[in-house]
Each structure stands twice: as structure tokens, then as C-alpha cells.
Design a protein around this ligand. Sequence first.
Ligand SMILES: [Zn+2]
Ligand SMILES: [Zn+2]
Length: 284
Amino acid sequence: MNSQSDLERITEELERYRGRDPELSRLIDLYQEVFRVQESTRLKARSAPGIVFDEARRRLSSGHFILKGRGLNIDAGLFREAALALGEVFSRVSGDRFPSQEILALPQLRPEAISGFASDILSNRVDYLNQFAMGTDFNEETVFLFLYSLVVPFFQAEAENYRGIIKESGWKRGFCPFCGSLPRYARFHQEDGRRILFCPLCRSQWRFPRLSCPFCGNSDHKKLGHFYLSEDKAHRADVCNKCQRYIKTTDERSLGREVIPQVEDAVSLPLDYLAAREGYQRDA
Ligand SMILES: [Zn+2]
Ligand SMILES: [Zn+2]
């Protein structure tokens, strides 16, 4: 990346979309603040890789994601600092006090339990959040969004250590080479249209065949399709009529620039509504 910081690029991209669609303004306000907290946390969370490169290479070459069977070490002090900062964002945007202190008091989030909690988020074993949310002014989805957004920079900081190895490995599976999550967004590269998938948790990116469903592996073109929201041909949802799932995609060749998948994902919410109306599910 050049002299412009990642956060400056993110902000610039968000502002582009705000100008284009004023209805997204409130959502963009939220994400701008979330990304700011995430970026500052990511920079502080950077550390030496927890898994030696040879071991990481071995895992990838045998088809396993790097973090499989391993926890992520999370610094409890930094986690708390980030949780309070993110809680302020959620309070400000919603106008109600967000219960970040109460969340931090949950047994699953005690300092010694945080690494286990990160694994729970990864495997979606967070049923207790439902019960917790019932005692607050926020719904379960918002509480989950808060916690998910909170762990992202820790996963991202560690995943960045393996970027070179992941690229070398030629990984082409339907799940993230670092953390094993299902992809959440895709882009068609501006140079040649190659398809690159994006992980929402650790923000790794990897190449994947254009004419294949990342979720079920279906490559029968008669069962694959895509649709657009309107005349905007740069943003689309690629759907699979075998597993009924979809992945949103930006065609960078239409935009003439490289995009930031977490920004594209945030600003393309109307495509999610349309996909849901058409009976498609986002992932698992
Ligand atoms: Zn990942
Ligand atoms: Zn499928």
C-alpha cells in the first residue's frame, strides 16, 4: 500500500458510496466508526506469527486451514479497550447505551476465556448471546455484530502474517485458508476478472474458480446465475440454485479500481434484501 493509510482508503471508499446513495448515510456512519476502531485495534494487535511458517505451509498443502484445531491468542487488555471503544460507537449510533460492560462481565468473556470465545465465534457456538440480549435494549443480531466486529481485528492481525504463504500455496477451496470461515464477499480483479473471495473474520483473500459455487462446489453452469440490484452492473449477487446460497460480488473492471471487500459488503445491503426475497441464503 502507498503512503495513504488503510483507514484513509476505507474512509475515501465509504464517502464515494455516501455520495451515490444518501439512504445509506446512517449505515455508513456506523461502519466508518466500526472500521476506525478495528483499524486502531489491528495495528496494536500485530505480533509475531503464532504458528511457524513450515507448519502453516504443511497445513495448507494438506487442505487444512492454518488455524484448524488451534485457538487465537488475544491480549485481554487490548480486547477490553477495543470493546469499550466499540461499545461507545454502538451507543452513539443507536442513541441507547450499549451494554459493553455487561458483555465483558459474561463468563465466556473473562480475560482467561477470551481465546476460547474467539473459537466459539468461529464455530458459531454462541447461543448464550440470545439469552443475554433478551435482558437488554438490543437484539441478538446487534449483540452478535458487536462481538464479531470486536474479534475481527485480532484475527486479521494474525492472518496478515501468513499472506505470503497463503498466496504461494495456491489455495482454491471454498473456505478461508487462515480461519476456515465461509467467504462473505467476492471481487473480480480489475486486471483480468479473476475471482477472489474474501473472509469476513480475518479478511484474508484467496482465488477461486469463477464458474463454481464456493459453498457446495456445484459447477453445473445451468444451476449458477447472478442478478443485479438495478442498473449498477458493478455490484451483483452470484447465486447457486443447487444449495440456494449467494455471494455478493464487485466487478472491479466496471469500476476501474481495486475495492475494499468489507466496505463493499457494508454498502451493498440492499442486495442482501433482494437475495433474501428471492429465497437465497447468505451462507451456512
Ligand atoms: Zn478467515
Ligand atoms: Zn452451491
